[in-house]
Design a protein around this ligand. Structure first.
Ligand code: ADP
Ligand code: MG
Length: 214
């Protein structure tokens, strides 16, 4: 297998697919949030990713590099989305680009490092730990696997396992009591419901996997 190169087009296509995925799952993510939150998670992400998508249509040629594209998208999520998830996903995409400024393309190990920086930003901003019933329960275990396997021979297989671990992480939120976010107020009543952000986050990361397979 030749070395995988992830260029600006890969990131632009991924972001456009994330916007599509968000429209498709708007009602589903909102339903999850109406069980243990305020019923706006899908609506929030839809507002954010519509802005991201509009920027892609307008500015792809102008976005000089991978970092600029991710940063701009993150800034839009951060500024357009009212809920907790806007600043969290916003920081994720902004910080994905922090070490690779100016690059036209990145290798898979570099991409893995970017995702790690993104998850670290979510953790720093939200201060959630594994078991708090947030998107960190999905993202963190996957990113630990990815970091350990980023130099393996088959990047698609590594990303497949990463996403699979994130999906299991989202499932793992079901029996939990929330220690962060709005669901905290529900106490025991949050038990039996999946955390909406853990579900949207593994599904959004799955878009990167699908684009890598192309
Ligand atoms: P809000 O809670 O403000 O209505 P959303 O409904 O869009 O915002 O997003 C809720 C999701 O945000 C939760 O399901 C959870 O995964 C995530 N979340 C909330 N607080 C935190 C936090 N401190 N750290 C990580 N994720 C969090
Ligand atoms: Mg909400």
């Amino acid at each position: 297998m030749g070395e995988m190169v992830l260029d600006k087009q890969f990131f632009a296509d991924s972001l456009a697919k994330m916007a599509e995925l968000t429209e498709e799952n708007r009602d589903y993510w909102t339903k999850l949030d109406s069980d243990i939150g305020d019923g706006d998670h899908g609506i929030n992400l839809s507002i954010g990713f519509r802005a991201v998508n509009a920027n892609l249509q307008d500015n792809l040629e102008k976005a000089a590099d991978v970092t600029a594209l991710l940063k701009k998208s993150g800034m839009l999520l951060l500024s357009k989305v009212g809920g907790a998830s806007g600043p969290l996903y916003g920081s994720f995409f902004i910080k994905m680009g922090k070490d690779d400024a100016g690059k036209e393309a990145v290798s898979f190990p570099e991409f893995a490092g970017m995702l790690k920086n993104g998850v670290a930003a979510v953790q720093q901003r939200g201060k959630a730990e594994i078991g708090d019933k947030t998107m960190i329960d999905a993202l963190q275990p996957g990113i630990e696997y990815l970091e350990a396997h980023k130099n393996d021979d088959d990047p698609v297989a590594v990303m497949e396992e990463t996403v699979s671990i994130m999906k299991q992480g989202a499932e793992s939120t079901i029996p939990l009591i929330a220690k962060k976010g709005r669901a905290m107020r529900l106490g025991e009543r949050a038990v039996g419901h999946k955390d909406p952000g853990s579900e949207s986050s593994w599904m959004l990361m799955n878009v990167f996997l699908e684009e890598m397979k192309k």
